[in-house]
Design a protein. Structure first.
Length: 148
């Protein structure tokens, strides 16, 4: 996982509309990149909706928001439409960005271990430097963690 003070890993990933998005697209802007396990699951929905509900406050502080999971573009389109999300979701189906940011980890549930996305948010400044990494995400109050 990259660390605070390092340049964020570059990426080139398609959004929900099949448009390529890369880190340099956000040069001069602050960026929230939140990695989440799966569209339309309770925690991921709560986190995404909290960011949606506070999107204007995030923008007022100069942030753009990107959500990232391994779901497909089509899955992301449905998720955005269902919950009226105002920001792009990146379809990292080959998990390159997920691995470059170090959030593909061993997890356990119901006594079984498996590899999956560790819910993690990176705050990146206007120069592309990681300013903060939030690993203990409060899905229902995530914006407060970002804007504190």
């Amino acid at each position: 996982m990259p660390t605070v003070g390092e340049k964020a890993p570059d990426f080139l990933v398609k959004n929900q509309d099949g448009k390529e998005v890369q880190l340099s697209d956000f040069a001069g802007k602050k960026l929230v990149i939140y990695f989440y396990p799966k569209d339309n699951t309770p925690g991921c929905t709560a986190e995404s909706c909290n960011l949606r509900d506070n999107y204007q406050a995030l923008q007022a502080q100069g942030y753009e928001v990107l959500g990232v999971s391994g779901d497909s573009e089509k899955s992301h389109q449905k998720f955005i439409n269902k919950y009226e999300l105002p920001f792009d979701l990146l379809a990292d189906t080959d998990k390159k960005m997920i691995e470059d940011f170090g959030v593909w980890k061993e997890k356990s549930m119901y006594g079984k271990t498996f590899l999956g996305i560790a819910r993690t948010t990176f705050l990146i400044n206007e120069e592309g430097i990681i300013e903060e990494i939030i690993q203990k995400v409060k899905t229902k109050d995530h914006t407060a963690q970002i804007l504190k």
